[in-house]
Each structure stands twice: as C-alpha cells, then as structure tokens.
Design a protein around this ligand. Sequence first.
Ligand SMILES: NC(=O)C1=CN([C@@H]2O[C@H](COP(=O)(O)OP(=O)(O)OC[C@H]3O[C@@H](n4cnc5c(N)ncnc54)[C@H](O)[C@@H]3O)[C@@H](O)[C@H]2O)C=CC1
Ligand SMILES: C[N+](C)(C)CC(=O)CC(=O)[O-]
Length: 318
Amino acid sequence: MNTPPSDVSRVTCVGAGVIGGGWVAHFLARGYDVTAWDPAPDAPEKLRRLVDAAWPSLTRLGLAEGASPDRLRFAATLEEACAEAQFVQESAPEKLELKRGLLAELDAATPEGVVIASSTSGYPMTDMQTEAAHPERLLVGHPFNPPYLIPLVEVVGGERTDRSAVEWASRFYEAAGKSVITMERELPGFIANRLQEALWREALHMVANGEATVQEIDDSITEGPGLRWAFMGPCLTFALAGGEGGMGHMLDHFGPSLKSPWTRLEAPELDRALRDAMVAGCEEAAAGRSIADLVAERDRGVIDVLRATGRLPGEASA
Ligand SMILES: NC(=O)C1=CN([C@@H]2O[C@H](COP(=O)(O)OP(=O)(O)OC[C@H]3O[C@@H](n4cnc5c(N)ncnc54)[C@H](O)[C@@H]3O)[C@@H](O)[C@H]2O)C=CC1
Ligand SMILES: C[N+](C)(C)CC(=O)CC(=O)[O-]
C-alpha cells in the first residue's frame, strides 16, 4: 500500500447516508481531511446537518488536534472524490449488484495501492469484488451505527484480496481510533451481525406469534443482559453463570437444556470438543482474572452503566 496507515491524512467517503455520514463525522473528528461524494441531490446539505448534529458529542468525546468540520469537502463527481484519496470508505445501499458496479468504478477512479473498504453489513467481499480490475485492495470494513461513537469495525478480505491490504486497513482503522476485529475467514454477516441477527430473528418470531411485544423485547435486553454486554461479552458473562466452576460447570449444568426449544435456531451438538473450546476460550479471555475478579468487574460495570443511564436508584444520570 502507498501510504503508511498512520501517515494517512486524506480520506474519501462515498455514500453519505446514515453510515457514510457517520464515517465522515468520525474521520473529521479524528483530524482527517475528508472528501465525500453521494449522487443524491440533497446529499451535501444532509451531510452537513449530520456532521453538525454529531459535533457536540464528538467534542465531548475529545477531538483530535486540528479536527474541524471545515475540513469536509463535497466532490462534484466520484472521480474527483477519489483522485487523491489515501483511503476510501464505501457506504452505498446494501444492494449486491450496486456495490459490484460501484466498487469497480471506485477501483478505476482511485490511485493504485490505495485501499477501498466497504461498509457492507453482510456481503462477502468475494461476491462484491468480481468486476474490479484491482480486487486485491478491496475489503470489508464493517462499522456499527453510529461509526463516530461505536468503536468496532470488522475487517475481512475476499478471496482476491491481498493479506497486506487487510493488515494495512486494520492498522489504519486503529490509527483512526477504531476498535478492530480482523477476521481470518470470510463469514456472511461477519461476527457481531450474525449474533445480532440471531437475536433479531427471534424477536421477530415472538412479535409475529404474539408471544411478546416490541416493548417487552427491548426491555428484556436493556433491563437484563444488555447491562452486562456493554463491557463483558456473552461468553465470559455465561462463564460467571457457572460460579466458581466457570464455563465448564456452566456447560455441564445448562448444556442439556441447550436442546430445549427455547429458540428457532438449530443448536450445535455440545460435544466434548465444543465444551473444551469454550472452556479454553473463556480462560484465555479471562486473562488471569479469577471468577471472583470477573464478578467484581461485572458488578462495577453494571453499576456504572446504571449510573450513566440514570437508572441507579437515587442518582440522576451523569
Ligand atoms: N444503517 C446502519 O445501521 C448500517 C449500515 N451499514 C451499511 O452501510 C451501507 C449504507 O447503509 P446506510 O448508510 O444505512 O444507507 P443510507 O440509505 O442511509 O445511505 C446510502 C447512501 O448511498 C447513496 N447512494 C445511492 N446510490 C449510490 C451510488 N451508486 N454510489 C454512492 N452512493 C450512493 C444514497 O444517496 C444514500 O445517501 C450499507 O452497505 C449498509 O449495509 C453498516 C452498518 C450499519
Ligand atoms: C441493521 N444493520 C444490520 C444494518 C446493523 C449493522 O450492520 C451494524 C449495526 O450498526 O448494528
């Protein structure tokens, strides 16, 4: 790749809607010069409004030196937007054929050696890079809404993507203040969306069958597991369900109920290999912290989240 990841100063964002606009706000707040392009006639005004609305939050979070909304330029054409880009983030509609054609256009308009990342929510890059002349620099950089507040970006290449481009993109996103998961294998929906979609499909089933209301579904998360998930993922959280016995005891105790018809998703066979992999994975994630350490960390975190969201009895939100 041409420019070392930490030396990038100019970013191009193509597609400036909900997510593309969020990317623009993020890169501006991190002190980059941002060139945007979007075919919608009202895109420049909508983008300015989005950036202006986000700026107070970004200021509260802390702006990079020299960060300014004034460093946003809206290009007249896609070609103009890409001509001097050091990195391109595509955020056009989630339509496979549109992305195929657009990524080929971006490839043709962007200097060789410059990485082009798609914000796609789930399409494998292998399926999108089919028409590009230089597919080796095309990859997925999947963000979470809004990209200027939610740090995660999932990075994964397609079959024709160079590993060096994936490594470059991961280092660039880290330099740009993102929290990066670099996936070793393509997986439709990547990691977090596969988990979100499992929950989302179950929610739709319950509403469709009159088993729960939208409010009950949302309350079940915000008043329950969601409090923990802000700082402890589902695996370590469930390891604590095993008490001092950790994930091993949790699986031994609750494993048989895994096959209970509590979900419309097919459960995997909880064989010895899977059990051992979960136990080992949780021990690695615990990174030397005991169950007692993790319980104390969880409890501190739940109290902080309750306080931050004004739900600690007797305390207003911060
Ligand atoms: N909305 C979300 O929560 C998230 C969306 N994404 C992904 O980001 C991408 C964009 O989604 P949204 O921002 O939600 O959609 P959106 O509909 O808000 O924005 C899409 C933008 O693309 C523009 N556009 C249409 N045709 C175009 C073309 N040929 N070239 C360039 N721009 C074009 C539209 O004018 C619009 O401004 C999708 O791939 C989506 O899966 C990823 C993570 C979260
Ligand atoms: C609803 N969605 C699939 C577009 C969501 C994402 O892709 C990530 C997010 O922001 O949750």
